[in-house]
Design a protein around this ligand. Structure first.
Ligand code: ADP
Length: 184
């Protein structure tokens, strides 16, 4: 079972379950531009993390305005086991010719850059944009895996562990196939 691969000094691990319980230093939230919480993984993270995360998000929005798709910001983790939450805004799928792939890759890259600049060693990603935002899951998984491998291969990084936390079995299987394809 290809549920784990090693890139340089770092590991990429697949996990099936709820990202809010992950014991990593940072979990990534598939947020929306207003950083106000919402449905899906965003709602779950704010529910589990408590009001402190939303307060920090509101402070960020009043400072920089709405967060454009492809960008990422960091807050504390509130009541979560994770010390930090990195909030990134995925693209809404509009057929694939509106730069969705580049925007989605940017979500992963910008989140990893933030983690790296904070010397974070472990980070967990959900399958950004594949819920309400409608990104086809296979294509999203390719971008997620390729972008993370590209980042980890590109030089010095504090990151030792990247988890992809997939909520359902179908997404887990898609990522497993993708990781296997990368291995061979
Ligand atoms: P988006 O708006 O970016 O599409 P969603 O939250 O609607 O974000 O969905 C993104 C992915 O997160 C989907 O694959 C969904 O099944 C998954 N998801 C939902 N809740 C959780 C959770 N608690 N932990 C991990 N993944 C989750």
């Amino acid at each position: 079972m290809a549920a784990e691969i090693t890139i340089g000094a770092a590991r990429i691990l697949l996990v099936q379950g709820d990202i809010t319980g992950e014991k990593v230093q940072a979990i990534v939230n598939a947020a929306n531009s207003g950083l106000m919480g919402g449905g899906g993984v965003d709602g779950a993270i704010h529910r589990a993390g408590g009001a402190k995360i939303k307060e920090e998000c509101q402070a960020i929005v009043s400072r920089i305005g709405r967060l454009p798709a492809g960008r990422a910001v960091i807050t504390g983790g509130g009541n979560l086991a994770a010390k930090y939450v990195i909030h990134t805004v995925g693209p809404v799928w509009r057929g694939g010719d509106r730069g969705e792939a580049e925007t989605l890759a940017s979500c992963y890259r910008e989140s990893l850059k933030l983690a790296n600049s904070g010397l974070i060693k472990s980070i967990a990603f959900p399958a950004i944009s594949t819920g309400v935002y409608g990104y086809p899951p296979e294509e999203a998984a390719k971008i997620a895996v390729n972008t993370v491998i590209g980042f980890l291969s590109s030089g010095d990084t504090s990151i030792e562990l990247v988890e992809f936390v997939l909520y359902d079995a179908n997404s887990f299987n898609i990522y497993q196939r993708e990781l296997k394809a990368e291995e061979s």
